[in-house]
Design a protein. Sequence first.
Lengths: 301, 275
Amino acid sequence: MNAIEIRDLRKSFGSKQAVRGLDMTVPEGAIYGFIGENGSGKSTTEKLLCGLMIPDGGTVRLFGRACTDAEARSKIGVLIEAPGCFPNLSLWNNMMIHAADLGIENAGREVARVLKTVRMEGAASNKFKNCSLGMKQRIGIAMALLGAPRLLVLDEPINGLDADGMRIMREVLTDITKSCKCTVLISSHILTELEKIATHYGIIRGGEMICEMTAEELDASCRAYTALKAADMNRTKLLLSSRYSRVEEAEDGYIRIYDLTTAEDIAGYLYENGVTIQEIGQSKINLEEYYIDLMNERRVQ
Amino acid sequence: MEQTRELTFKSPGFYERLKSMLGVDFYRLFHTPMFYIFLAIAAIIPAMVLSMTGMPNEQGETVKLYENTWNIIAADKPLYIINSMGDYANMNMVFIFGGIMVSIFIGHDYKSGYVKQLFTTHSLKADYMMSKSIAGAFSMMCMCITYLCGGLMAGVITGADMSVNIGSLLLAILGKMIMSLGWGSLYTLLNVVFRRYFGVSITLCFVIGTGIPVIGAAGLMGNNSGLNILLYGSSVNACLSSNIGTLLTCAAVSCCWALVYNIWGSYILSRCDVY
């Protein structure tokens, strides 16, 4: 069964179409990286699937049920934008309030468990208004984890987290998908972090899903390249451009050759032309580069 | 080793949902200083009105707004809307304080993002309306009690006349307390309608609570019971000549107000996005 199935979802705000005919399928147990530019419709889609917004058209199904179904909604944990906490209450009391809203029995034990999971047990008595951005994000994640949900919807959960916070979040998300068969929908602009955990990806642009793929498919789609550094970069680039069709100078200062060839072939050619190579190796573009390439292609189209 | 959990859908019943939501609202109510501040205001205002209007002026004449202590609780007769300000400034003032308090209470829900968190759970919008109405009504009932205490203490201190038909007095107080449910529902509706404009909702609650619309309407159309009941929820009918009929009228109107405003508010919430 799919945890999320969205078909032809549409939502407008006045004359602006935020989501236009969006389709999305998230299999159960997946960590689904939801990627898109600012204003592309990620948060709106997440609010629509959590029942916070009413769609103009289309269907959203959670575990085979309509997203408006209170029973289906009781299976989800949500962090959208910021946790909904009362600033003058302590973290513990805010968590207890959310546990009561969820109807959790043994709320105290459950709150203690999730606070420990996000390493916030020592700060439970702090007032929410006195917490740093990172602490607030951790509390938001803890709130989403309350009651062991079957689907987590996290909107930019990594924002404001320190390195330790990011590591904890990676561990938590990986663990709950494995141990509890929980599904995670996570949107983030920090693609390098997302790449470490996501099993599926969906890329949205202008309110439309432009592609959905698994991590394996992404890996296969990511172009391999040979990167090198030489003593005379300008001459090297000229030489390589005369022989290979796709030669680029990357931001990291390396020359990249995207043609299907070997490092030995390139090294031999440059050696013959009297170029001294300092470094050479083969790699693949990462998610961030793939995403930027895709966006650039779309812009050209 | 990988574990799998069976996906079962449990439907929490109406009473379970309402109980948990009321638990949260009452917890918040008792943990917010604002509630106690309003209780204190509700006690201080009648004491001030009663004692200050009983003081001698520059000419040495004692200006009395009320001949009887219990007029600070309710007027002698119903249907006095445009007769005298003194008849007007009684326990009905609780509905002004209550309106402001409910506005701030619900305003916090939206400002903090709590409603976003709440409506992603199994909670229904109708539960929200009901819970806020009950919490608002409870706070106004508490204010009625502190108002009574404040008025009584001031009456004793100033030595004002205390003669009253105790039965009618109790019926009047009970009538106003029962009307709190209707007022709580009305204020919850106003705050739901203007949820994105806190300034508008709090001003409307204040203006409606003061009874200005009903005074204005009475000025145009004349003073009558139907107008009171329709626009002011029979709150002014609960007076020192109240009888059991007055109490039943208050109960019936309060229930009708609560029902209508709760259905209306739930409908609006269910048709609107939550921000």
